[in-house]
Design a protein around this ligand. Structure first.
Ligand code: SF4
Length: 468
C-alpha cells in the first residue's frame, strides 16, 4: 500500500555560516503542525554533508534543544507527516536521504501522486528496487534517472513533471549545499517563498510558517516553477513547465490550511467569512445564537452571524490537547474523540435555538455527535450550516477523504443527512458561492464536490484510494 503524503514542508537557506537553520526549521514546522502530527524530521547541510534526524510525534517532542544543537548548518529542510491507514510510523518519516550517481540528496514531499502504481510498476520493470511504499521514494528515483541524463535541475524537473500526475510540492537539498523547491504544474497545494531582513530565504507549505520566523514579504511559487538557492547565485529559478490547467485545492482555503495563512493572495479567514455570509443569505433561520464547531467552523460562523444579525457565541469549548478528529484513522476512535474533545457550555445552550456552523461534512459522524451534545445540553433547536458544498467524491490529490462508501453526500440526499445527524434544518453553500468566495477565475480543484478530476488519468469510480 503506497503511503500518502499530505504533510507540511519547510526549508531555509541562510548565506550566513553561523546561522542555525535547524532552529528556524523547528519553528516553521511547529507552525505547520496542523498539517501532520504522526512524525517529523529535519535535515541540515553543514558544509560537510547532509544530516537527517526524524522521530515519531510532535515537533516539540522529537526535537529538544540538545538535538537541535547537535545539528549545525545554515541550510535545512523539514517535514511534518499526517497519519494515514497503513502509512503511519517512523519508516515513512521524511526528509529521506538518497544517493545518486553524481550527488546525495535529501527530499521532503507534500502531495499525492495519482499515477503512483503505474510509475512504480514501470520502474520495477526496469530493475529498480523500492525500499518503501513512499511516493517520495518514487519521485526521488525519477529525479535520479533524470539527473543522470541531464545535469540541469530545470530540465530534469521538467522530465519528472511530465511523468507525474497529481499534486506535489518538493523541497530538497543536495550534498553541495544547494536548496531546491518544486511546485507541481497545477498548483494543487499551497507553497510560498520569502526572505527575511537578513537575506535568509525560506520556503513553506503555508505563509503562517513564514510569518512565524519573521518573514513579512512572501509570494506563492508559480505552478510548474522550480527555484534554487545556491552560494553562487542566491535565489533564482525557472518555469520548468508552463501550466496548462491550474487547479488550486479549494479545501486548503476552507479547512486544511490555517485561517491566518494567505494562499494565492487570499487570507483564508476572509474566504471563510465570506462563505459564512453567503450561507446566512442562502439559508436564513430564526435563532438565538450562532455557534461554531471549534475551530474549523469559527470563521464561517463569524460571517454567518454578521450577515444574519444573530449573536455569535462560543457554545462549545474545545480541549486543545486532543488532535482533530478528522485525522484519526479509525471510526470508533473518531466518535469517542468528539466527546472527549468538545464540551457544550450549558449556560449558553440550554433552552436556545442554535445555528451550528461547520466548515464541511465528510462522513457526518462527527457532526451527529456534536448535535447530540448540544441537544443533551438543552438546545431547543439545532440548525446546521455548512461552508463547503456537499463532498460527493474521494480525493486522489492528497486530502484524506474516505471512499465513496463512507462519504455522506455520495450516498444520501441533504434531507437524509439532516435526519442522520439529527438537525432541525441543514443548509450547505453551493459551487457558485464557493467559486465566488475564493475567486481565482475558476482556477480551482473542486473534484471532491463534482466527481470530475483534473488529472491526466481520471480514476474510475470505485478506484481504491489506497492506490494514491
Ligand atoms: S479533490 Fe477536493 S480535497 Fe482533493 S485536491 Fe481537489 S478540491 Fe482538494
Amino acid at each position: 500500500m503506497p503511503v500518502r503524503d499530505r504533510c507540511g514542508i519547510f526549508g531555509v537557506y541562510s548565506p550566513h555560516k553561523d546561522y542555525r537553520a535547524a532552529y528556524a526549521v523547528y519553528n516553521g514546522l511547529v507552525s505547520l503542525q496542523h498539517r501532520g502530527q504522526d512524525c517529523c524530521g529535519i535535515c541540515v547541510q553543514d558544509g560537510k554533508g547532509l544530516q537527517v534526524e526524524t522521530g515519531l510525534g510532535l515537533v516539540s517532542d522529537v526535537f529538544g534543544r540538545e538535538k537541535l544543537d547537535s545539528m549545525p548548518g545554515n541550510i535545512a529542510i523539514g517535514h511534518v507527516r499526517y497519519p494515514t491507514t497503513g502509512g503511519g510510523g517512523i519508516k515513512n518519516a521524511q526528509p529521506i536521504l538518497m544517493s545518486f550517481t553524481r550527488n546525495d540528496f535529501a527530499f521532503a514531499f507534500n502531495g499525492n501522486i495519482a499515477n503512483y502504481p503505474a510509475l512504480r510498476k514501470q520502474l520495477m520493470a526496469r530493475g529498480l528496487t523500492f525500499m518503501s511504499d513512499s511516493e517520495m521514494e518514487l519521485v526521488g528515483m525519477l529525479y535520479s534517472i533524470a539527473l543522470n541524463r541531464k545535469d540541469n535541475i530545470y530540465e530534469a524537473s521538467r522530465e519528472v513533471m511530465e511523468q507525474l500526475d497529481g499534486s506535489y510540492n518538493l523541497l530538497f537539498l543536495d550534498g553541495d549545499g544547494s536548496l531546491y523547491a518544486v511546485r507541481d504544474p497545477q498548483g494543487f497545494k499551497p507553497f510560498v517563498v520569502g526572505k527575511d531582513s537578513k537575506g535568509n530565504v525560506f520556503f513553506a507549505s503555508e505563509s503562517c510558517a513564514l510569518e512565524a520566523v519573521g518573514v513579512k514579504e512572501f509570494r506563492d511559487l508559480k505552478p510548474g516553477e522550480v527555484l534554487k538557492v545556491s552560494k553562487e547565485k542566491g535565489l533564482h529559478g525557472k518555469q520548468a513547465v508552463e501550466p496548462k490547467l491550474i487547479t488550486h485545492c479549494m479545501f486548503e482555503f476552507l479547512y486544511f490550511a490555517r485561517a491566518d495563512s494567505v494562499i494565492e493572495g487570499r487570507l483564508n479567514n476572509d474566504v471563510r467569512k465570506r462563505l459564512g455570509e453567503t450561507l446566512a443569505r442562502m439559508h436564513p433561520v430564526e435563532a438565538d445564537y450562532v455557534v461554531p464547531v471549534p475551530d474549523s467552523g469559527r470563521n464561517f460562523a463569524v460571517g454567518y452571524s454578521r450577515a444574519s444579525g444573530i449573536p455569535y457565541e462560543e457554545g462549545l469549548m474545545k480541549n486543545r490537547y486532543i488532535f482533530r478528529t478528522f485525522i484519526m484513522p479509525e471510526q470508533e476512535l473518531r466518535e469517542k474523540a468528539v466527546r472527549a474533545k468538545l464540551n457544550p457550555v450549558r449556560q449558553i445552550i440550554d433552552g436556545k435555538r442554535i445555528v451550528l456552523v461547520e466548515d464541511s461534512i465528510v462522513r457526518g459522524t462527527t457532526l451527529k455527535a456534536i448535535v447530540q451534545l448540544l441537544r443533551k445540553a438543552g438546545a431547543k433547536e439545532v440548525h446546521v450550516r455548512v461552508g463547503c458544498p456537499p463532498v460527493i467524491a474521494p480525493c486522489y490529490m492528497g486530502m484524506d477523504f474516505p471512499t465513496y462508501k463512507e462519504l455522506a453526500a455520495a450516498n444520501y440526499s441533504v434531507e437524509e443527512i439532516r435526519k442522520m445527524i439529527g438537525a432541525d434544518t441543514l443548509g450547505y453553500t453551493d459551487l457558485k458561492a464557493l467559486g465566488e468566495a475564493i475567486g481565482l477565475d475558476g482556477k480551482l480543484c473542486m473534484a471532491c464536490l463534482t466527481g470530475k478530476y483534473p488529472l491526466k488519468h481520471t480514476p474510475k469510480k470505485g478506484t481504491p484510494i489506497t492506490c494514491c
